[in-house]
Design a protein around this ligand. Sequence first.
Ligand code: ZN
Length: 197
Amino acid sequence: MAPVVQHPDEPYHHHILQTCFGDKYQAEMPQIRQNIETLAKGEILIDKTLSKVYKGQTAVFVHSSRSIWLFDDFYRLDTVEGALAVVHEASHALLGTEDVFSKDGHFTVVKMTPYATPQGYFGYIDRDFKSLRAAAPAKTMVQNADSYRLLGHLALSGFQDLGHDHPMSDWVIEGVPVPEKPETAKKEPAKKKGWFS
Ligand SMILES: [Zn+2]
């Protein structure tokens, strides 16, 4: 992720940042850069491993203990998928990111409980990420945990279709062509089974 935020004006990187944080991301670039540095250098605490609690959930950040708990399903993820799940939870732990924002036009944080689904934008890539990105200011996207998971994915694997339940067309910016990936940044695409399996 570091090369993307260190050279944000490179067209391919610009496209990645726009995809993760929205059209107006430039105003938030100092904060985004600082956040990626914090993610790279910060320490996280993983102190428990539990049986699966919620369907499809692989990990959770627990506010009371300031630690990340991994569920059984985490160990069924491939390496990249697992790393991206940790990036998501680490963004909660180190950056204070959130998952749900109000739909009242203020995009305030909505606290989630497992028993009540709030009215709000879920910032998850397989939920309301696109509508949140279209409606919310960039500073909300900077506060959204899955923006960092997406940044990690795009920085590593790029924009090719992943060939699973959540194709790229679900969340890329419509009508905006993807620029050519710079030669130096080209890597073998990661083998992935699923985004949220
Ligand atoms: Zn989360």
